[in-house]
Design a protein. Structure first.
Length: 208
């Protein structure tokens, strides 16, 4: 689908946020009117030869409303979009960034689940595994209510929290499932961390 105007700029940002980078030929085929998008993104966009790369750090502050706008059960890349949404949440939480009011009040169930996930990641980072597990339960409940299979990033964080609370328990099995479902390098990293060795909440260093 060919997008133009402001909607086209947001669609281009969403497209790059899902992939991280894309080659010029694919970008041109989907966004033939590209100059306005390039100008709008400015320094957030890096162009090297034939490759377009998004430099803007993934965060709920901008990706959550974009996801809510673009999301649809018919979206071909919805599993990847969900994975990126929850990656943004975990990254925010590990960095101590709290979800804004617009995230909590979003009409999108996945976005509200992401808010709980961000708080769970923060609690884990601070060594509060029990609190993190409770917050994860709220996020999982929202996803289950929406009929959404638990993405790899969500299960990866759950595995880390389970291992922090009870090393050698259910966390490794959860991590295996997370590894099978992970669609991004960050999701793989979370699962592998839980598989490699038990981590006490907040003591492991994760790539943020």
């Amino acid at each position: 689908m060919k997008e133009t105007g402001e909607k086209g700029i947001r669609a281009f940002l969403f497209f790059l946020a899902l992939r991280g980078e894309a080659v010029r030929e694919e970008v041109r085929s989907r966004f033939p009117v590209l100059v306005p998008a390039l100008k709008a993104l400015g320094e957030d966009l890096e162009v090297q030869g034939e490759t377009f790369r998004l430099r803007r750090p993934l965060s709920l502050s901008w990706f959550a409303p974009l996801f809510a706008e673009m999301d649809s059960p018919l979206l071909p890349e919805r599993p990847l979009a969900l994975e990126r949404l929850f990656e943004a949440a975990v990254r925010d939480g590990l960095a101590g960034v709290l979800p804004g009011e617009e995230v909590w009040e979003s009409p999108s169930l996945p976005v509200r689940a992401a808010a709980h996930l961000a708080l769970a990641a923060r609690a884990y980072q601070e060594g509060e595994a029990r609190t993190a597990l409770q917050l994860l339960g709220k996020a999982l409940g929202l996803l289950e209510g929406a009929g959404i299979p638990f993405p790899g990033v969500v299960l990866g964080l759950l595995a880390l929290v389970q291992e922090a609370q009870r090393p050698g328990g259910r966390g490794r099995k959860t991590a295996q499932k997370a590894l099978e479902r992970a669609l991004t390098p960050f999701g793989v990293e979370l699962a592998q961390r839980a598989l490699q060795h038990p981590l006490e909440g907040g003591q492991g260093s994760l790539n943020r």
